[in-house]
Ligand binder design. Structure first.
Ligand code: HSE
Length: 447
C-alpha cells in the first residue's frame, strides 16, 4: 500500500478524497477511537491524503461519559449509517453477536469496509463474514479482537507472511491473568480477587467468559486461522478455565518450580494442529511466567525467524482503539488506492487441517490426589499409573491436611492424555481417594 504522493491518483471508490466513518458503539473503546482521531487527525489525514470524518454514531445506550459535543453525530437507527452511501467504513465496537452480525453483514453487502474488535463474532461467524467480504469486495480489519493494543495479527499476517509458525504460547485473557497473578504473588481466594477485577473493570460483562476460558478460546481461534492459514472453529478448541485452580495448587506448583497461567496454546507439527486453552504449569524462570496482572503476551516460534515475543495491554480503551486505528489507516489506504479485496489468509483455499483431539494430546501432567492418610496409598496410585504406561517424574507428600484428606502431588513424564485420564478415573474409584483428582498440564518450553 502506497500512502504518499497520491495527489495524482484516481480516487474512484466512494466519495473522492474523503473517508467517512460510521461508528457503532460509543463505550470505552468507541470513545477512545473518537479521541485518537481527534488527537491525530492531521497526521492520519496526511498519511491517507484524505479528509477523515466520523460522520455518524449509533449506540444501544451505553455512551462514553467523558466525551461530549457528539450529539449531532448520534443516530437512532442503524440503517441511517448502513444506507448512507457517503459512509465507506464502519467501525463496529459494540461487541456481542446480535445485532453486530446483522449490521456488519448489511454494511458489507452495501459495499462498505468493516473494522471490528468483536472476537466472539469473528470466532463463531468469521469464515462466513470473510466470504461475504470477498464477494462484495470489502476490506475487513480485526486487529483489536486479539490482544488489545498488541499488533499480533499484523505481525503474523505481514511480518511473518513468508515464514511458518510452529507454536504460539499466549496469555490472552487479562482477567484470568490478573486473578492467577494475585493468587500467586499475594495469596488470596479466587472469588475475592475476581470481585476486585470486576470492580476495576477488567472483566467482561459476563465474567464467566473470562474465567471459563471462552474469551481466550475466541481469540485463539482467530489467531490460529491466521497463524496456520487454516479453517478452525470454536469446537476444535480444548477449553478449560481457571475456576478449579486452588491456592494449594499454586503453592505446590511453586514448590516444583512452576507458576500456573491460563494459556492459549497453538502447535503445528506439520500433520496436526493443537489448539487448547487451559491452566498450565510453566517454569517460574520463563519470561512468560513473569507476565503478570492484566498484561497479555504472545510467545511464538517461527521456522526461520525463531522465537518472537510480544507483550502489552490486552484490553483498555486507548490501547484497543490504537489497534482499531491501525486497521483504519491500512483499510483507508486501500480504499483511496481502489485496491481490490485481497487477503491470502482468509480465502476459501484456507487449509483444511486436522485438529488433535483431547485423546491424542501428549503432555506432562501435574496430578493432585486427595487421599486418606494411611499406609499403602502411594503403592495403589503408582500401580495404576504404571499399569497404564504413565511414568512418574516427581512426587510430593507433605502431610498438609485439607478437609480431612492429604494431598499427594505427582508430576508425570510425557504421557498420552487418553491413558492418563483412564488411569485417573481408576484412581478416583479407589476408596482411599476422597475427592476428584486435580489434573493440570505442564509445558516446559514456552519461550
Ligand atoms: N475481558 C477481556 C480480558 C478483555 O480480560 O482480557 C479484552 O478482550
Amino acid at each position: 500500500m502506497e500512502l504518499k504522493n497520491m495527489e495524482n491518483k484516481d480516487i474512484s471508490k466512494g466519495v473522492g478524497n474523503k473517508i467517512n466513518i460510521g461508528l457503532f458503539g460509543f463505550g470505552t473503546v468507541g470513545g477512545s477511537f473518537y479521541r485518537i482521531l481527534d488527537i491525530r487527525k492531521k497526521e492520519i489525514e496526511a498519511m491517507l491524503s484524505a479528509d477523515v470524518t466520523i460522520k455518524k454514531i449509533f449506540t444501544r445506550g451505553n455512551r462514553n461519559p467523558s466525551i461530549d459535543n457528539i450529539g449531532n453525530l448520534m443516530v437512532n437507527n442503524a440503517d441511517d449509517i448502513l444506507n448512507d452511501k457517503s459512509i465507506n467504513v464502519i467501525v463496529e465496537l459494540m461487541g456481542g453477536i446480535d445485532p453486530a452480525k446483522e449490521y456488519i453483514e448489511k454494511a458489507i453487502k452495501n459495499g462498505k469496509s468493516v473494522i471490528t474488535a468483536n472476537k466472539a463474532l469473528l470466532a463463531e461467524h468469521g469464515e462466513g463474514i470473510f466470504k461475504l467480504c470477498k464477494k462484495h469486495n470489502a476490506h475487513i480489519g480485526f486487529e483489536a479482537a486479539v490482544g488489545g493494543g498488541i499488533p499480533i495479527l499484523r505481525s503474523i499476517k505481514n511480518g511473518l507472511a513468508g515464514d511458518s509458525i510452529t507454536s504460539v504460547f499466549s496469555i490472552i485473557n487479562g482477567t484470568s491473568n490478573y486473578i492467577l497473578s494475585k493468587m500467586t504473588n499475594e495469596g488470596g481466594k479466587f472469588d475475592d480477587i475476581l470481585k476486585k477485577a470486576q470492580e476495576k473493570g477488567y472483566a467482561e460483562a459476563d465474567p464467566s467468559f473470562d474465567i471459563n476460558g471462552i474469551d481466550s478460546a475466541h481469540k485463539l481461534v482467530i489467531l490460529g486461522r491466521l497463524a496456520f492459514a487454516a479453517s478452525i472453529s470454536l469446537k476444535d478448541v480444548i477449553i478449560e478455565g481457571i475456576k478449579e485452580v486452588s491456592d494449594i495448587d499454586i503453592c505446590f506448583a511453586r514448590d516444583l518450580g512452576y507458576k500456573i497461567k491460563l494459556l492459549g496454546i497453538l502447535k503445528n507439527d506439520d500433520s496436526k494442529i493443537e489448539i487448547r486453552v487451559h491452566p498450565t504449569l510453566i517454569p517460574s524462570a520463563s519470561l512468560l511466567s513473569n507476565v503478570d496482572g492484566v498484561f497479555n503476551a504472545f510467545f511464538l516460534n517461527a521456522k526461520f525467524a525463531g522465537p518472537i515475543s510480544l507483550t502489552g495491554y490486552g484490553a483498555g480503551g486507548m490501547a484497543t482503539a490504537s489497534a482499531v486505528m491501525g486497521d483504519f489507516i491500512e483499510i483507508g489506504g486501500k480504499i483511496i488506492n481502489s485496491e481490490k479485496h485481497h487477503d491470502i489468509f482468509l480465502n476459501e483455499s484456507s487449509n483444511k487441517v486436522q485438529i488433535k483431539r483431547k485423546k491424542d494430546i501428549i503432555s506432562r501432567y501435574y496430578l493432585r490426589f486427595s487421599a486418606m492418610d494411611r499406609p499403602g496409598v502411594l503403592a495403589k496410585i503408582s500401580k495404576i499409573l504404571g499399569d497404564n504406561s504413565i511414568s512418574i517424574s516427581s512426587m510430593i507428600q507433605q502431610g498438609r491436611k485439607i478437609d480431612g484428606s492429604v494431598p499427594i502431588v505427582i508430576t508425570t513424564h510425557e504421557a498420552n492424555e487418553e491413558e492418563l485420564l483412564k488411569s485417573i478415573e481408576l484412581c478416583d474409584k479407589l476408596d482411599i481417594i476422597l475427592a476428584k483428582t486435580m489434573i493440570l498440564r505442564i509445558e516446559d518450553n514456552v519461550n
